[in-house]
Design a protein around this ligand. Sequence first.
Ligand SMILES: Nc1ncnc2c1ncn2[C@@H]1O[C@H](COP(=O)(O)OP(=O)(O)O)[C@@H](O)[C@H]1O
Ligand SMILES: Cc1ncc(COP(=O)(O)OP(=O)(O)O)c(N)n1
Length: 275
Amino acid sequence: MSKTKVVMTIAGSDSGGGAGIQADLKTFQSIGVFGTTVLTGVTAQNTAGVQNAVHLESSLVAEQFKSVAEDMEISAVKTGMLSNAQIIETVSDNLASFSTKPWIVIDPVLAATSGDLLLERQAVSTLLEKLIPISDIITPNIPEAEILTGINIDHSKDLQKAAHKLKEAGAKSVLIKGGHTSGNATDHFFWEDEYHTFSAERVGVGSLHGTGCTLGSAICAYLSKTDDLLTSIKLAKKYVTQAINNSFTIGEGSKVLLHSSIGDEEVQEKEELNA
Ligand SMILES: Nc1ncnc2c1ncn2[C@@H]1O[C@H](COP(=O)(O)OP(=O)(O)O)[C@@H](O)[C@H]1O
Ligand SMILES: Cc1ncc(COP(=O)(O)OP(=O)(O)O)c(N)n1
């Protein structure tokens, strides 16, 4: 039997349980990897919005990192809410210090669906300079891709231009998510000279909370199991689509996802190959 993979999420707490560290851990658990956490901040949040946010000292972020990394072998890392430039720099320095580089998935969280900011705007340049160059995959939604690149995304050519600009900034691959469009929920993946789309029927359930965190952490979990980027995105898309199909109302605001497990023969095959 293969050894349980250990993954890490570097993100903020969502007290409402739908996004952030909470969504990441539920995703890790249901995909069958061991999730560890480096907390960057605490939000007072629910399905309707963010009522308050407090960011941790970057020294405490570094200490959490050290405690976990010196004890366990981390095979994949995902970042979510990073709050400010100082935390981004600390995360970047710590990720660079791994002796065996884990897979690095950057979800460039800028704001919640409610519009509340989760990264100080002046820290966007630090994200571009310090984190994007060490990422294996960056997963912006369309508004995030527009802010990171300064390109208005109206047509498929704009997607290409934005992805090209993010690759110029150092991203190895770019997945621009299609939650914020109409029609099918199609995610666009740019990797080396390849272009792939991952599509699912749009589920018309109204506003959803935690879709981006769930997709990013599923990619992270599957990367640790398969060591294969395309397979991981394909399986993560399947995972998030199922979680959206089973989404439900728990509060006054957006629906939340149901993080239940799906057995994947493809993962088992890859795990056996990598064992
Ligand atoms: N209504 C929906 N139906 C099906 N898939 C969706 C829907 N909304 C979002 N998705 C999918 O959820 C994932 C997260 O995308 P998105 O919602 O754009 O991210 P974020 O939460 O960062 O804004 C993507 O795979 C996207 O295609
Ligand atoms: C603490 C925290 N982190 C990240 C988010 C954003 O989550 P996301 O999955 O992008 O979901 P939406 O908020 O866009 O539904 C968050 N809200 N809180």
